[in-house]
Ligand binder design. Sequence first.
Ligand code: FE2
Ligand code: FE2
Length: 209
Amino acid sequence: MSEVAPGDGVESVASILRAPTPPAWVEQAVRAWPQLLLDHANCEKKAASTALALMFAYPEDRALTVALCRVAREELRHFEQVVRAMDTLGVVFARQRPGRYAQLLRGTLRSAEPGRKVDLLLMSALIEARSAERFALLAPRLPAPLARLYTDLMSAEGRHFALYLGLARSAAPEEWRLRLVALAAREAELATAPDTALRFHSGPVAVEP
Ligand SMILES: [Fe+2]
Ligand SMILES: [Fe+2]
């Protein structure tokens, strides 16, 4: 798993997540992979849009702007790769309601600066880490074109996790670790507690889809 760039302390994808993905979610995701692929396509678009939003929110932070410009382009390329996989596997695009994960996680962020900036960066780090964890769990269980794609994406999202975490550390060297504890606890709850809709970042659904 990708690790953060040299600095004080090294966090891996596994160590930042407060709870592993439940095996029940993996089993449901393997069975409902076409549905998950649709949500995954939306996640890649959303990841690009989040990176762009941060560039607009903090234009004076040159390191952030330059790094996230690259991330936004990379996430759009991921979207294109997912769409190609959908075509190959005969998955037709359909509208899908977003799950609870991102919206409720966002609800735990502080609204006032300077706290909001570090919270936004930590939230992105956690989402990227959860994505990398789930790609690793799914890759060995899915049809060949998806297995290859998910293996590639696992390392890309692992890099994004390390990048966002590094930016959060720079933004709040004294405070980031404490905020990470709070946000990671909420993230773990949302990714593991019984959910109502099966999504890429959801908990397992109580009733099978
Ligand atoms: Fe991505
Ligand atoms: Fe990413």
